[in-house]
Write a protein that binds this ligand. Sequence first.
Ligand SMILES: C[S@@+](CC[C@H](N)C(=O)[O-])C[C@H]1O[C@@H](n2cnc3c(N)ncnc32)[C@H](O)[C@@H]1O
Length: 276
Amino acid sequence: MPASPYYRSDLARIHHEGFGFHADAVSPAILRLLDPVRERGGLVLELGCGSGLLTKYLVDAGHRVLATDASPAMVELARTYVPAARVEILRLPDDPLPTADAIVSVGHPLSYLDSEADIDRALAAIARALDTGGVLAFDICDLEWGAERREQPPKVWFGDDWMLTTRFSVLDDRIFRREMTMFVRAGDLWRREDETHDNVLIDTARIPELLARFGVAAELRSAFGDESLPAGLVAVVARRPQEGGSRAHFDGVPDEQRTDTARDPGPRALLPRYEG
Ligand SMILES: C[S@@+](CC[C@H](N)C(=O)[O-])C[C@H]1O[C@@H](n2cnc3c(N)ncnc32)[C@H](O)[C@@H]1O
């Protein structure tokens, strides 16, 4: 966990006002992927929802949504921005996840975890929480994200009453660091805040095999649909097949040939069920 939480109130607000383009870009394809879930009135669990930028698209399309994020400031904004959604604090990888018919997470929330081992633990928990016939869609930073940005110069963004400057660095090819300084108008004065975010970069090619151990069949894509994602951001689209199909259908390994570590160890039936 970072020394102080990511996305305190000033940065949460700046993200909400200045960085909605990603949710805008991915929402049409995410909504298409989730159509069958909406038709059967299934629950969509959103992880790392931020201020609710994607949540609003989901709710407006008629989805039943439980939106979650680790940042209390983001959760507060999302509750105001999407009053029809239930929004709760949930920190990956250790907080329990309710069983859901779809799980979505965009804007690479998983890359904010502290280590690759934490990302693996979160992916295992996500896979266990995905109900039969469920759909999983998330984006995550690959090692290529760092390779593409090694020499990136500092950047500045402005709003009417805020300004954000960011310095970038890549540590050991595995950590993408953003050192941010922001100024937000407070009456006649400007308040300064600083946040440093580390994103863990991984070889995303490992993800399908990891999810397959939990009975979830995944594919890596350059985008969720026909939008363009930034270089190094990988879209993962996955499904837990309907009951009746043998595991060999989606990962090629029949149950009887599985080693203990390859067998789904998660008693999904024991997960809390959200009834909202
Ligand atoms: C770049 S923002 C994306 C927000 C939103 N999904 C969007 O597209 O606008 C990443 C989000 O991940 C959340 N996050 C970071 N670490 C997290 C964790 N350990 N568990 C859950 N959410 C986390 C942050 O609080 C932040 O809201």
